[in-house]
Design a protein around this ligand. Structure first.
Ligand code: TMP
Length: 253
């Protein structure tokens, strides 16, 4: 494991050089952070769960023709991905008011939105990932108008797919964040879904009880984060219903 070159280390993941040009190995850590890393902890097994859950969602997206960076899972904590040039935006899609939208606009958490709302934040930890408009994105050249049209179309397809996956297991997809990357196939440039899709980057509420099954459990000190993520994984069939804690090798292969 020591042989690989680290390319980048973020708050929840590490990227290593991949076995072939144009690939990377994405390693999922157990570190949990919130509020731009002002709150930190280590949650045993979180990386294992997020590796599996991101695999599950990205594989499904690939299968319905929404391109993603995911190639294959390598082991409990690592997956092989395509190397992309990340567009420096966090793309947030919201179906129900919650979190910063509720705070910013005074809309009560849980209010259904009249249609999915897409927001963009500029990816810069030093600035705290500020909300930006399309005007900023175009003026500062972070993406072109064509890119933005593609980003919006991709995000809405991801929203429909994830909403359906969740609805099928009694969970409401309140909102989520994705990141989009650029790849080149010969001279042809395409945008694909990158980074991860996991309960770290979604809000997931039990449809019956409203119980939170996402990183808000950690942000708001609502209980065990690994229990919440394990529940999501079990409902989606990613973990067997009667398996033990995820730190033990009880995952389906
Ligand atoms: P927000 O309501 O705090 O703006 O979050 C919106 C969605 O984006 C929510 O599902 C959590 C996710 N998110 C991230 O994945 N990373 C972040 O750094 C933040 C602030 C939110």
């Amino acid at each position: 494991m020591a042989r690989r070159k680290k390319v980048y280390e973020g708050k929840a993941k590490i990227l290593y050089e991949g076995p072939e040009p144009g690939t990377l190995v994405q390693y999922f850590k157990d570190d949990a952070t919130a509020f731009n890393a002002q709150k930190k902890d280590v949650v045993d097994g979180k990386g294992v769960l997020n590796n599996r859950l991101s695999e599950f969602f990205m594989t499904g997206l690939n299968a319905i023709g929404v391109p993603t960076h995911f190639i294959r899972r390598l082991n409990m904590r690592e997956q092989l991905i395509r190397q992309v040039e990340i567009i420096p935006l966090e793309v947030i899609v919201r179906n129900v008011a919650a979190g910063s939208l509720s705070t910013r606009l005074g809309i009560e958490e849980g209010t259904a939105l009249p249609r999915p709302i897409i927001e963009f934040c500029y990816k810069d930890d030093k600035l705290g990932d500020p909300l930006v408009s399309e005007e900023h994105i175009l003026a500062f050249g972070w993406a072109s108008q064509q890119d933005l049209d593609d980003v919006i179309a991709l995000s809405l397809r991801v929203n429909d797919f994830l909403s359906g996956c969740m609805l099928a297991v009694g969970i409401k997809l309140v909102d989520f964040k994705i990141e989009i990357g650029r790849i080149w196939d010969n001279d042809y440039q395409r945008l694909i879904v990158a980074d991860e899709i996991s309960p770290d980057s979604c809000r997931l509420w039990d449809i019956e009880t409203g119980k939170k099954l996402d990183k808000d459990v950690f942000r708001r000190d609502l209980g065990s984060l690994s229990d919440a993520y394990t529940e999501v994984a079990r409902r989606l069939g990613v973990l067997p219903a009667n398996s033990g804690p995820v730190t033990r090798p009880t995952l389906i292969n």
